[in-house]
Structures are given as C-alpha cells and as structure tokens.
Design a protein around this ligand. Sequence first.
Ligand code: DLZ
Length: 160
Amino acid sequence: MATAHTNLSAFNPEEVPSGKGLRIAVVVAEWNQQITENLFQGAEEALLACGVSKDNILRTNVPGSFELVFGAKKALEKGADAVIVIGSVIQGETKHFDFVCQGVTQGIVQLNLSANAPVIFCVLTDNTLQQAIDRSGGQHGNKGVEAAVTALKMVALAKS
Ligand code: DLZ
C-alpha cells in the first residue's frame, strides 16, 4: 500500500472516460476542514477537466467522516451516477480513530454491494496532520483528484 515518493495524481483527461452529462455527488466531512476542502478542490478540478459540468457536481457537507455513509446513501437515493466521499481522520490519543475508520469503511463497502452506482472512498486515515497535508495537495499529490478519476472509470464500468 505504500505510496512513499509517489505522486499518483497526474492524469490525462483524454485517457479518462468523459464525465459529460454525469451527475457526481461529493459528500464532504467538516472535521479537519482544511484537508477536506483541499481534497474537494482537487476532485472538483479533475471532474471539470473531464467534462462534468459545475451544475452536476452535487456537494453535501456532513459533520464528520462517520456521517459520510448516510450522506452517500442520500446521494444515491437522489440518483447520482457516482458518489465520492471525502474525509480526513487523524490518529488521536484514544481508540476513536479506529472506530471511525472501521465504521466509514464498512459502511461504504455495504453501499457498494447494494447500490447500482459506485461510491468512491476518499477518506485519508493518517497518523499525523503532516501526512494528511502531503496527500491533499502536497508532496504525495491530491487524493481528491484520484477519487474523481476513479469515479468516472467506475461509472463507465457500471454503465457497460
Ligand atoms: C469525534 C471525531 C474525532 C475524534 N476525530 C475525527 C477525525 O479525525 N476525522 C473525522 O472526520 N471525524 C472525527 N470525529 C467525528 C466523527 O466522525 C463523528 O462526526 C462523530 O463521532 C459523531 O458521529
């Protein structure tokens, strides 16, 4: 899983399935807000570059990463072609980190098994704030960009 010294965020829009006409929901957690805003910005720019119109990028905020599952469920019910969930969980002194990470991960897995549209996991689970900064527009790229590209690839798969 290690991506040390690797920036995976560079992509060529011409090699990504077109987002023209697609409705992509993005659910953004407010915890560690500067990180999640940077991830959203990366996702939004990549979606626009691939042909998704600004009006069809449907953003919802939720309080924390644990709430991303419910936010994604609502977006699926409203008929989004794909949902990207964006969060940033940073290790603290207690076990809360583990429960939030497990809850959101398992919840998103369940949605992917039951829904017809894909839910893309853009939740950083870092030991330190610096690791989150490095992955939200820093030296390891912007995972929001990667989530946007993944969403368009998965919509193409869903419609194939
Ligand atoms: C409570 C909590 C803590 C301690 N840490 C984070 C975090 O690092 N990232 C995050 O997105 N959310 C955190 N939360 C909030 C939980 O996700 C959730 O919002 C609350 O437990 C209420 O359900």
